[in-house]
Design a binder for this molecule. Sequence first.
Ligand code: SPV
Ligand code: MG
Length: 297
Amino acid sequence: MAHSITAHRLRRLLAPSTPALAMASHSPLSAKLAAQAGFPAIWASGFELSALYAVPDANILPVSTHLEMTRSIVETVGPNVPVIADLDTGGGNAVNVSYMVRKYKDAGCAAVVMEDKVFPKDSSLRVSARHVLVTVEEFQGKIGAAKAAAGEGEDGMLVVARTEALIAGLRLEEALNRAEAYTEAGADAILIHSKQKNPDEILDFCQRWSGKVPLVIVPTSYPQLSFQNVAELNKVGLIICGNHSIRAAVKAMRETFERIIKDNSIAGVEGDIASVKDVFELQGDAEMREIEKKYLR
Ligand code: SPV
Ligand code: MG
């Protein structure tokens, strides 16, 4: 099955001495561009998809919207580029998690990430947002349900437990205790998230982490931490570039649109946007021409 190949690949990538990179994606096109640029894994981000639909990242979109987009992303990049799905809180309680994880497994994902906030969640990056955590016991149950649905052993999809303890303003001890408890419940990796403008609390967490399972970080708020510095910590298996796809798209589109209005012409932007030929190639036009040649009568 495709998901076991892709899960195997992701397991091999999660080496703390050489952390893997995942680029955020909100569409098959953005995922394809990230893979072509050399990113070995794709983050099917809830933030990016919410932004694509111009709604807040707060469980406003139906799960089916994220699931279908993730399925299309997986189909586009193929099993050699593992897709890590952002499940937010897992859609509710452990029962919801059980059903939801099966669907993401069938979609061919390599991993799911589930966070310990109450449903509905609010964006971790927003200041003064609603960040309320479920109890450790409840989240352990949700991890158990996710693991059972993800499949057995090395072939199973990875379940990444994400603690929002630091996002919720709780102490480092609480974050470490939760990460430990989630590992005991069977998590394959722990995503530790922070929105501090410097990497201090993440560095403290990494240094104190037992290392039983690899860590995952999303350094959006502390971009000054280099990937080389992360590798030297020898605790982080995966670095997620959490929203760089949609942010790049927003800026490029806005500049192009404003220029066309200002110039009252499309001529000025011609050299600064992708050519139609480039877009044809991204659409897989060559493959369609082959089909045409062979079968079209
Ligand atoms: C996402 O990209 O949807 C994430 C990462 O969950 S963050 O937005 O930083 O919470
Ligand atoms: Mg998210």
